[in-house]
Design a protein around this ligand. Structure first.
Ligand code: LER
Ligand code: MN
Length: 272
């Protein structure tokens, strides 16, 4: 069964980012539950800033699951990436992601590696950047595996990274790792920019697809742009995808509308 999720951002600096709810955690949980979502995807400042018991109790009270947890604050707040030329920065980046892997894993959810993958350039060759990225994923993948969850790697569009922009290239890279526990996060917003054929790319990911960011072409809720959703939804259903489609979208024209339109699209395309 495909399940629905909505983003809750707890990072003030990400106020203009593609997240529906920018409210304190318990309020975000209450809104997600009231609107009828199965789960929340949380974007924290750092897991140490969260109260695990409070999260567990809030999820239980509202009948929600934790779909995933983002690591973007490590980049946004501290400029940490796994491919920084400075080894101390790379080590801090891995610590940050590791903390999210541990915390999210304790709640049965995967961590997402998106913007913290960084990029190559300047003194860092592509080959060097990929070696560092592979090394980190081979540490973090087994760490997530020990908690019974995958680690999610997200190809981004060309304006956000020059490492991997497409599913095919990302899969070829993941195949070179020792760990088998890194799955792909396919974000429809990035895919709309980079993929020639989104359904074909999803089919290529197959059972290595771990999570979907459900966004329209303009990064608004699905239904508020011009994405051809029908073949994408049909592909996910035919593949037997059983993860989350999560609304990582701008709160436009406002959070309530973004939430309602997402759920309307979700129910239309993934009827139960
Ligand atoms: C993160 O999931 C993402 O999609 C990036 O564009 C960071 O904003
Ligand atoms: Mn995304």
């Amino acid at each position: 069964m495909i399940r629905s999720a909505i983003t809750v951002c707890l990072v003030p600096e990400a106020r203009s980012g593609p997240f529906v709810h920018h409210v304190p955690l318990q309020q975000g949980l209450a809104l997600a539950a009231a609107d009828g979502f199965d789960a929340v995807e949380i974007f924290p400042t750092h897991p140490d800033d969260l109260d695990g018991l409070e999260l567990r109790e809030g999820l239980r009270r509202h009948g929600l699951k934790l779909a995933a947890m983002g690591t973007g604050a490590g980049f946004l707040r501290h400029k940490l990436t796994l491919t920084d030329p400075d080894s101390r920065i790379r080590a801090r980046a891995e610590d940050f992601i590791g903390a999210v892997v541990d915390f999210a894993g304790g709640h049965g959810a995967p961590a997402i590696l998106g913007s913290m993958q960084g990029r190559h350039g300047g003194e860092v060759s592509r080959e060097q950047a990929l070696e560092w990225l592979a090394w980190a994923l081979d540490q973090l993948g087994p760490r997530a595996h020990a908690l019974g969850v995958p680690l999610l790697y997200e190809p981004l569009n060309r304006y956000e990274t020059n490492l991997f922009n497409t599913v095919a290239d990302a899969l070829a890279f993941l195949d070179t790792l020792r760990t088998r526990n890194v799955k792909l996060l396919c974000d429809l917003f990035h895919m709309n920019i980079e993929e020639a054929d989104i359904p074909a790319a999803l089919r290529l990911a197959g059972d290595r697809l771990g999570h979907v960011h459900f966004a329209d072409t303009n990064r608004r809720a699905v239904g508020l742009g011009h994405l051809d959703v029908a073949p994408i939804a049909a592909t996910l259903r035919e593949m037997g995808y059983s993860g989350y489609v999560s609304a990582e979208v701008l709160p436009l024209p406002d959070a309530a509308t973004a939430s309602a339109r997402t759920l309307e699209s979700f129910r239309r395309w993934f009827p139960r």
